[in-house]
Design a protein around this ligand. Structure first.
Ligand code: CBF
Length: 833
């Protein structure tokens, strides 16, 4: 019964009038931060504003949760060890459509909205492409009104902050939570427990049924923290649910009482360690037991959570797969296949075949890399000690699977050993990709070329077994963050011509094509670019104290530092250009500013040396009076989402120069192109499709193709042949080897030079000539600014395909079989007790 005098939860508290917003900011500052404006820090004001905005999305958020639970709609669960969401505040203002009003309220309160937005510490809960993709997908799921939960880990310390000292990377702990996180809500009432260690034992129940029981060595509690993920101008606000580990009992009185003071908190410390820190490796496995503990912990918590929610509306789990589409974001959560089997068979007492039917129809798996060093496998011993019951379940899955293999490929022991989940070629390992393939109804790569290579190479035998499981979903990125938010000028210019429908339907950018011929529009286009370039130039000055010419060609490579991404090929070009300028001071090339950014895994020797190489070359070039501002080399420290938002819009040229066949997709390539940069790139990953879309004439292509790479390697690649036959290349390598860029020390970069001359696994020398020639074409093209602008406009106009909305639609149609659900906003009215 509703009371006579009901109280609505919405109303003045969450109103959008300027006065109400101002009042709310002040209230939050006072009542939550406990501060007067006079003594409040910038962070206090940021938090007060963030809470104000959070209040304004809560009704949508709770309505979304309620609708999804009540209507029992099919939900997508994106299981990912990483979510690199970036700062929330501005994104939420845009998605809620309240940016202008809030800006006015903040300004009238005597504050600066830009400064408050910049005060937000970004949650660095990912390494690079894979985690950022998960974040773009969460944005699109909400914007497309698809019911979804992103499940992951709430790392206390995210990806390290990078400083550059004397040209070297130094890692600093990322304490992103130290001043509070206003976006999350802890839900301790939905905690679950997770078993580790111990042993298993058989038992027979009262009905004479045989079962296995896991007697754990220790049990850890998982506490969910929810963060709202708003959709663009819709009511849907989905949830990202991240788990934090905690000891079940944080204090052991028995140990304390016998004087073991440190031992009394041992359990607490060990349990909390699970979600302490993100492993900072991108596409390299770290075979540490703690990493497996992290994976199993968040997977088990998430599956238990899904089951709990499912049982709110359903009598049993028979239809679990009809209600939940669970996507495995790479193999990091692949243990979910065995864990769901364990839960169904051991806890809910399902018969194996029935349970397997549910499992197979629940999961789908995305592969994100072909690099052998990134393919996860766990030594049996580590696995068995940590998760004894899960290993037994894996053995049983494997036994039944290999029986099928024998039927399909009779008398073929080779197939048994290549397909088995257990690698028995030497030390025995659990192969996580195999578990993911066997337990999933679909397997996809992340760009056309990559999906083809998955079928042709690493998962070839699975493809022979189940061709129908394999498909492609080309990656995409959200235009809300990567255009509207990061490049407001360009976005407004576009909207002034074609309306704002493109923000929701990126294909509408096509209408821009006709403006490529419009001289006035091209001028406006250049002005928009110039504005952000100036902004970046100021930022460079402030961060690294180097003055760059904002009129120069901004040539940008920002991404993780990895040999296959070939930042050092870029440097070989810089040195080539430098040598040319030195020997011909009248060389007619446009001035260029080379901008690099990216983190190296702390244990990756070559990647760290490449950073030093870039900065060392920069030190020489930037200080050479003969060169002036015709050539500058900048390494900007601490590349992250926030910095990406600044750098993508300002680029003229996007460097996508990986060895063909190595980059699964790339998503930076899309962000650059959407912001009007032209690409110099190989036929790798999504570059292939970007070139197809924007047109060959609007893309600078160079380098070997994937089949050419393979043939060259098969024939026995000898990099020294290129060294001897290309004088320019020889000159560059000799100069490095002489110690010219290392204060006369020939040792500093010997590892790089020797690696290129004697091994060169990523074929830099083979691609050098083609790259240099292509860069000359870039320089020529840049001289004709009218034509460059035309190419730039056409790049943006033809990027419709690369919206993450399209990718999510592909997943919904071809893999998840899910439908959008629109969320009605209902008033909450206090009921009588
Ligand atoms: O699919 C998203 C991205 O994932 C990676 O970053 C990865 O971690 N495996 C790949 O390297 C990228 O090519 C890909 O775009």
């Amino acid at each position: 019964m509703v009371s006579q005098n009901p109280i609505k939860i919405e109303d003045d508290r969450t109103g959008l009038e300027i006065q109400t917003l101002r009042r709310a900011i002040l209230d939050n500052l006072f009542y939550i931060q406990g501060k007067f404006p006079e003594i409040a820090t910038k962070n206090d004001f940021y938090l007060a504003l963030a809470y104000t905005i959070r209040d304004r999305l809560l009704q949508r958020w709770l309505n979304t949760m309620q609708t999804e639970i009540k209507n029992d709609v099919k939900k997508v669960c994106y299981l990912s060890a990483e979510f690199l969401v970036g700062p929330h505040l501005e994104n939420n203002l845009i998605n809620l459509g309240i940016a202008e009003k809030v800006k006015q309220a903040v300004t009238e309160s005597g504050l600066n909205i830009k400064e408050l937005i910049e005060a937000e510490e970004e949650p660095g809960l990912g390494n690079g492409g894979l985690g950022r993709l998960a974040a773009c997908y969460m944005d699109s799921l909400s914007s497309l009104e698809v019911p979804a939960i992103g499940y992951g880990i709430r790392y206390e310390f995210g990806i390290f902050d990078q400083e550059i000292k004397d040209g070297w990377q130094v890692e600093i702990t990322d304490k992103w939570l130290q001043y509070g996180n206003p976006w999350e809500i802890a839900r301790p009432e939905a905690s679950v427990t997770v078993n580790f260690g111990g042993y298993t034992e058989p038992y027979t129940d009262g009905h004479n049924q045989f079962h296995v029981r896991w007697v754990p060595g220790y049990v850890v509690k998982g506490i969910p923290y929810d963060t709202p993920i708003t959709g663009y101008k819709v009511n849907t606000v989905n949830t990202m649910r991240l788990w934090r580990s905690e000891a079940c009992e944080s204090f052991d009185f028995q140990r304390f009482n016998v004087g073991d003071y440190y031992g009394a908190v041992d359990d607490k410390v060990n349990s909390e360690n699970i979600t302490k820190v993100l492993y900072p490796n991108d596409e390299q496995i770290e075979g540490k037991e703690l990493r497996l503990r992290q994976q199993y912990f968040f997977v088990s918590c998430s599956l238990q959570d899904m089951i709990r929610i499912h049982l709110l509306n359903n009598p049993n789990l028979d239809n679990f797969h009809e209600q939940w589409a669970v996507q495995l974001n790479d193999t990091h959560p692949a243990v979910a296949v065995a864990e769901l089997m364990r839960l169904l068979v051991d806890i809910y007492e399902y018969e194996w075949g029935k349970a397997w039917n549910i499992v197979e129809k629940t999961f789908a798996y995305t592969n994100h890399t072909l690099l052998p060093e990134a393919l996860e496998k766990w030594p049996i011993e580590i696995f068995g000690n940590l998760l004894p019951r899960v290993l037994e379940v894996i053995y049983e899955i494997n036994r039944r699977f290999l029986d099928q293999v024998r039927i399909k490929f009779p008398n073929d022991d080779g197939k048994i050993s290549t397909l088995s989940i257990i690698d028995e070629s030497g030390e025995r390992y659990v192969r996580m990709a195999h578990l993911a393939c066997i337990g999933s109804h679909h397997i996809n790569g992340v760009a056309e070329l990559h999906s083809q290579l998955v079928k042709d190479t690493i998962l070839h035998d699975f493809y022979l077994l189940w061709p129908q499981k394999f498909t492609n979903v080309t990656n995409g990125v959200t235009p809300r963050r990567w255009m509207v938010q990061s490049n407001p000028r360009l976005s407004k210019l576009i909207t002034s011509k074609i309306g704002d429908g493109w923000i929701k339907n990126l294909q509408e950018l096509k209408q821009l094509e006709r403006y490529a011929e419009d001289q006035t529009f091209r001028q406006q286009w250049r002005e928009a670019k110039q504005f952000v370039k100036q902004d970046l130039a100021n930022y460079i000055q402030e961060k690294v104290g180097i003055t760059v010419n904002p009129e120069s060609l901004f040539d940008v490579q920002v991404k993780r530092i990895h040999e296959y991404k070939r930042q050092h090929l870029n440097v070989l070009h810089i040195i080539t250009l430098y040598k040319q300028m030195k020997s011909n001071p009248n060389l007619d090339v446009p001035p260029r500013t080379f901008i690099f950014g990216g983190k190296a895994a702390p244990g990756y020797f070559m990647a760290k040396r490449i950073i030093k190489f870039i900065t060392a070359v920069g030190d020489v070039v930037n200080n050479d009076g003969d060169i002036g501002d015709r050539l500058k080399v900048i390494f900007l420290p601490d590349y992250n989402v926030t910095f990406g938002q600044r750098v993508y819009p300002a680029a003229d040229l996007s460097e996508q120069i990986s060895t063909a066949g190595k980059e699964a997709s790339g998503t930076g390539n899309m962000k650059f192109s959407m912001n009007g940069a032209l690409t110099i790139g190989t036929l790798d990953g999504a570059n292939v499709e970007i070139r197809q879309e924007v047109g060959e004439e609007n893309f600078f292509l160079f380098g070997l193709t994937t089949p050419e790479v393979l043939t060259l390697k098969d024939q026995g690649y000898v990099p020294r042949r290129y060294y001897h036959s290309i004088p320019e290349l020889k000159g560059v390598l000799d100069l490095i080897a002489s110690g010219f860029f290392s204060h006369g020390d020939p040792e500093l970069f010997r590892s790089i030079v020797d690696n290129l001359l004697y091994d060169d696994p990523y074929l830099l020398l083979a691609d050098y000539k083609s790259y240099i020639e292509c860069q000359e074409k870039v320089s020529q093209a840049y001289k004709d600014q009218e034509n460059w602008s035309k190419m730039s406009i056409l790049n943006v106009a033809r990027m419709g395909k690369f919206s993450s909305d399209r990718s999510i639609q592909d997943y919904c149609n071809n893999i998840w079989n899910t439908q959008p659900v629109s969320i009605e906003l209902k008033d909450y009215v206090q009921k009588e007790a």
